[in-house]
Design a protein around this ligand. Sequence first.
Ligand code: IMP
Ligand code: MG
Length: 178
Amino acid sequence: MMGIKISNMISDVEIHKRVLEIGKSITDKFKNDTSPMVVISVLKGSFIFYSDLIRHIDLDFGCEFLGVASYHSSSKSSGEVKMTLDLATPIEGKNVILVEDIVDTGLTMQYLLNYLKSRHPKSVTTVTLLHKPEAVQVKCPLDHVGFNISNEFVVGYGLDYQGYFRNLPYIGKIENLN
Ligand code: IMP
Ligand code: MG
């Protein structure tokens, strides 16, 4: 995108290290649990984090996808969550791992948790690559947080600005956002 400056905030090496740690702690938490497991990617933002993370969870599980839209092409949350893609298989009685890219206000996570709980899973474990503690409006239980960051707009490694920059291998900050 023309005229946008992005500075490196979290490098690909740092991200990779955290992904391994989170994968290991999820593996350790569930290795003696015989109930079925499903790991859910919240689209679109978590798809890169998700695809790296699941390769470091050494267990048997199904992969599922949920689509939500909350940021209608701007860098401010509308506070409104819309489901754009539903689960393809039931989660009743399963251990669910919910994988998000970022928890900002917490509204999306709250919406997703309410939705999942209405489908009677055995448990729900929340994972988010990024968390902005200063932006939180509703508190949600976060079991695994990759990085806590300041209240600034970030892109890369799946996160976008107006649909772009998801392909950056690192997490960067937009320097000149009005
Ligand atoms: P929340 O509902 O306010 O917690 O945030 C919901 C969604 O907003 C996230 O899943 C992201 O898709 C998006 N979002 C929030 N902060 C950022 C950011 O800094 N960069 C890119 N997307 C963001
Ligand atoms: Mg998202």
